[in-house]
Design a protein around this ligand. Structure first.
Ligand code: SF4
Ligand code: SF4
Length: 393
């Protein structure tokens, strides 16, 4: 039977209409909310760092509040948990995102994954908190990501690895494909019962923290992580087979690109956007097109996108130095911006992700720009295809 994915149009975070749309998305995804009665339900939003809700980096607190209310009304005991980037500080992250206040006001238990201990799960150490929950509801933000192109259902579960341990995984799995394999294995080990993606206001361009807001006006829900991610790729014109996490899922026999998806709710063609901006690091088409994977590996170090610190925006806080998993960033003089050693840098973009001042740009070499042009042409082709499908309806 095909996996069900639901799309519901939603343009604001206004309480009543948001709750009605989340409920509709859950029901369309074929989930019986009443089955949560008496269970421990853990909501897993994206709490990357100490970012305000209006920055579009983290799952909106209203989204967390209304989802929690739906499950609490069904008789569940609701908790909210995540582990941020480990650099901004746990208390600051919970306060800035507004999710700490939601937990206090609603009586949801606040679970800092960093302080819950970790347990071995498959090849990885995962926070004990999600492993102990009866039901996990995954609440990602719809946004771009420098390493995985988009961060959707599967990537959001990387937050189940506690705190600074994430940097160790970035170091071990430095290349995008290796990293995506790790992400998918973690997501498969955590296995949420349901994912509901906050795409009311998403992010395009150089996400996950320095992109531009994009009002996608959509809530997407589904029980199968990979079918949901594939459908969301179609929403923004990205061929699903070009998303690193789906490539990894296919290799691990967790996703079949040929399997049909049962899409419910508001029509995908009406919600889809034709000009969604991908991150500057998106080079998948170059890798799959006129250069083989092996050739790409050889010249990767020469052509890949690289982090560059903007002297004007950098406030010399040193957060990027602490975040770099391979110690490629140093700051010999406190009054000067840090320096990146390109010979050591593994292009994981953790520094770009955590810089609180958006002072780290992604520099593109000319082959990367060509790759992006190829990718954009493919996206336009997919958009045309969706438009034609809509006209035929
Ligand atoms: S680049 Fe960003 S994180 Fe690094 S020192 Fe400057 S402001 Fe801080
Ligand atoms: S400099 Fe930035 S992109 Fe390079 S390895 Fe360090 S954190 Fe990753």
């Amino acid at each position: 039977m095909p996996h069900r994915v639901a799309f519901v149009r939603q343009s604001t975070y206004e309480s009543a209409s948001l709750r009605a749309s989340i409920r509709r998305a859950i029901e369309l995804a074929d989930v019986d909310i009443s089955s949560a009665a008496g269970k421990d339900v853990l909501l897993k939003p994206n709490m990357l760092g100490a970012y305000l809700p209006e920055m579009g980096v983290t799952t909106h607190p209203a989204f967390v509040r209304e989802t929690g209310r739906i499950f609490r009304e069904a008789g569940a005991k609701v908790s909210v948990g995540d582990s941020g980037n480990g650099v901004h500080g746990i208390a600051r992250t919970w306060e800035a995102t507004g999710i700490g206040a939601v937990c206090r006001e609603e009586g949801f238990q606040e679970l800092h994954f960093e302080g819950c201990g970790s347990l071995p799960c498959g090849d990885f150490m995962i926070s004990a908190a999600p492993l102990a929950a009866d039901i996990i509801i995954n609440l990602p933000k719809f946004k771009t990501h420098g390493l995985t192109t988009l961060t959707l259902a599967a990537k959001n579960l990387f937050g189940c690895v506690a705190g600074m341990q994430k940097f160790g995984l970035h170091r071990t799995y430095a290349r995008p494909h290796d990293f995506a394999m790790a992400v998918v294995k973690i997501a498969d080990a955590v296995r949420p019962a349901l994912t509901i993606i906050d795409g009311v206001v998403g992010m395009e361009g150089n996400g996950p923290s320095a992109g531009k807001l994009r009002h996608l006006k959509v809530i997407a829900a589904g029980c199968d992580l990979f079918a949901l991610d594939a459908a969301c790729c179609q929403l923004v014109g990205l061929p699903p087979e070009n998303l690193e996490t789906l490539i990894a899922a296919k290799e691990l026999n967790l996703w079949d690109p040929a399997a049909p998806i049962d899409i419910a709710g508001d029509p995908l063609e009406e919600l889809s956007v034709a000009d969604f901006a991908l991150p500057a690091t998106y080079t998948r088409n170059l890798q799959q097109g006129w250069l083989s994977r092996h050739a790409m590996k050889l010249i990767w170090s020469q052509i890949s996108a690289r982090p560059k610190i903007d002297d004007g925006r950098c406030v010399r806080c040193g957060a990027c130095v602490a975040a770099c998993p391979v110690s490629a960033i140093s700051q010999p003089h406190r009054e000067k911006k840090p320096e990146i050693d390109d010979g050591i840098c593994i292009q994981c973009f953790c520094c770009h992700e955590i810089c609180p001042y958006q002072a780290i740009d992604i520099h593109q070499s000319w082959p990367v720009r060509i790759a992006r042009w190829v990718a954009e042409q493919n996206m336009k082709r997919l958009s045309r295809h969706l438009r034609r499908a809509k006209e035929r309806r």
